[in-house]
Design a protein around this ligand. Sequence first.
Ligand SMILES: Cc1ncc(COP(=O)(O)O)c(C=O)c1O
Length: 410
Amino acid sequence: MTVLLQPFGKPGNPAGNRVLVRGEGVRVYDTDGHAYIDGLGSLWYCQVGHSRSELIEAVNSQMNTLATYNSFAPFVVDVAEQAATRIAEVSPFEDPRVFLCCSGSESIDTALKIARLVPQLKGDGQRQIIARRTRGYHGVNMGGTSLQGIAPNRENWGDLLPHVVEIDPDDIESAARLFAESGDRVAAVLCEPMQGAGGVHPPTDDYLRRLRELCDANGALLIFDEVISGFGRTGSWFASQTYDVTPDLITFAKGVTSGYQPVGGVLVSRVVADVLESDPGYVFRHGYTYSGHPAGAAAVLANIDVIEKEGLVDRANHIGDRMSAGFNALHGDGILSEVRGVGAVWAAKLAEGTTYERSCAIRDTMLDNGVVARPIGDSIAFCPPLVISDEDLDTCVDVMADAITKHPIQ
Ligand SMILES: Cc1ncc(COP(=O)(O)O)c(C=O)c1O
């Protein structure tokens, strides 16, 4: 039983939870004292691992100095400004502005609103269409729900946002058709450069570059949702750098604090910031009470410091080499049917014909053997802390391989 209405849980059948009480390094521990290697970095975010004193002390010290204040004009909290500056420094943008909020979903709604705002301010108000890609996951606020490319997540919530169009996630011709039909009405395309929760799908060759070209040719904004891919996960600070394609807006959350505080945000490129800044009398009527919260901002600064000092962005590439080598060996043995990923985020596709139930059974056996991973359809996804040792990485692969053999296809 749980009194919590669990995210993505079954309210009518809340059994079977493992109750977690402690974390240390790449491991979390349950009430029975069982240790688990956190192969998913909690929920795709714990870059620096658990119980890092650098982050805990930074947040603690901030709480002892200025525990809370807002950054609505005419105030700005000093540490919020510092966090925004640090995020801007590691971003692919020259002289961006940084909006801060408390989650990926808030960052998505903010980016969607800005994408509609920009044409409104430019007197181009018929531009309202926002394109989503099939398989995309963009959080669960009304905006993100409307932009979900995972159909079941859109069901039963009543009417969602109008002017949303879905395009194929891999075939750029689908985007080209949308622009050919409605190019002057498209405000933006929302795109995870590497799709995460939809199953870990890196972009097909040239997809992102051609999407950029289509947006440019048609006056639309390109939004990269880097809530998972940001802050080192793909082997660069942002996937935009990994794939060498620069969008107009970048949403981020998760890895920005490694989850130690709930922080998200939007990186606003100069081209968009110029529009917002052109009229000195214009008021940006958007912001959350906790935008730039001091405790969150302190966590951002300490987290970026740790990632930098420990070379964790590069480490993501090493993790990728090692994990993919393990998975590719299983693929060679016919145990996996496909291996997908980039940097330190990977999915192992199980044998053809695998049901979600089989994936879940494999996940459960892995948990029994001390490794957390995520079943997505017919695949098992990994997104470990960037501090994971080679030995623990190998254990993740071995434990998965063992679990697969225990659950043959019926
Ligand atoms: C790509 C992407 N965007 C947005 C979100 C929503 O973030 P949050 O759950 O913090 O609201 C997620 C969450 O997993 C995500 O993966």
